[in-house]
Design a protein around this ligand. Structure first.
Ligand code: BGC
Length: 295
């Protein structure tokens, strides 16, 4: 693997890389080779690093959301037609090794697997995460305070992901050419409110409330995600927004109903013991800080 400066991120990725060999998230028969902490940055020489090259069959069959196998014609680090191949982390490097030349290199370093795994795009795969919050209230409507911290407890809408079976923010992939606001609303409405299966009258009511709340979002994160699907050549990035229902009377009062890619949904107390998908608890922590809530 060629040596390059690499633009390492604040923290080492650990969900898509382990010091010892481990199976790839979606396929027990496909191993990632071990990558010790000190060998993660591309600029650290490792001449014998030769992980397997793996892209899952359903990606190779080239559904609309996936790139072709061949890199020919793809314009990395730019807006390529409708596909945004720019990274929130800055300019990423392209591999110069024979056989894999021209492939984008993960800006967070080595992962122990080449190819795209289950991800569709070479390089960044863009997602968006709506973090919808309200204050936790008791039966009389008073905000609940954690006596240990004397701080108010915040709740957010969490879903159980159909693919990994773990609690997560109800985010999703940004379609080619789509505005991030559209993705945020769609994913929240489909996964947490199940608008796909609501009767038309109810859909209108839900959409109106969601639109009102989503008109006032605060960006809490934009960048690389330490996602278990990441590989050396394909990785997840996201933009996370907080939408806070301070009075708890709009979306905060709605009955949640899991749908689409979610198989469970609930208002979840925010605290540091939360175990969430990928780096989602990092985003949730930022939201707790933003509202000076209990953590
Ligand atoms: C999820 C987002 C997540 C992103 C990166 C997407 O599949 O829907 O919630 O932030 O992956 O892990």
């Amino acid at each position: 693997m060629a040596r390059r400066a690499g633009n390492m991120l604040a923290r080492l990725h650990t969900n898509c890389r382990k010091a010892n060999p481990v199976p790839y998230i979606r396929d027990d028969d496909q191993m990632r080779c071990g990558v010790p902490d000190e060998k993660v940055p591309w600029h650290v020489p490792w001449s014998s690093y030769d992980p397997e090259d793996y892209t899952m069959k359903h990606v190779l069959s080239q559904p609309v959301w996936a790139d072709p196998v061949s890199l020919g014609g793809l314009k990395f680090n730019s807006l390529d037609g409708k596909v945004d191949r720019r990274s929130h982390t800055g300019v990423y490097e392209l591999d110069s090794d024979e056989g894999t030349a021209g492939r984008p290199l993960n800006p967070a370093g080595r992962t122990g697997l080449k190819g795209r795994g289950t991800l569709g795009k070479w390089g960044p795969n863009h997602a968006a995460d709506p973090i919808v919050t309200r204050w936790k209230r008791d039966e009389s409507g008073n905000i609940v305070i954690n006596p240990n911290s004397s701080k108010q407890i915040l709740q957010f809408v969490a879903i159980v992901r159909r693919d990994h079976g773990v609690w997560a923010i109800p985010g999703g992939m940004i379609d080619a050419g789509e505005n991030v606001n559209v993705t945020l609303r769609r994913e929240f409405s489909e996964e947490a409110m199940n608008t796909l299966e609501l009767e038309p009258g109810k859909v209108l009511e839900v959409s109106k409330q969601v639109d009102e709340l989503f008109a006032h979002g605060i960006e809490v994160y934009r960048g690389y995600v330490d996602d278990p699907r990441n590989t050396d050549n394909a990785w997840m990035e996201t933009i996370a927004y907080n939408f806070h229902d301070d009075s708890g009377v709009s979306v905060g009062a709605f009955t949640l109903n899991a749908g689409d890619d979610a198989i469970g949904v609930k208002w979840t107390d925010i605290n540091k013991d939360l175990k969430l998908f990928a780096s989602h608890s990092d985003f949730i922590k930022k939201v707790a800080e933003l509202h000076n809530a209990d953590w």
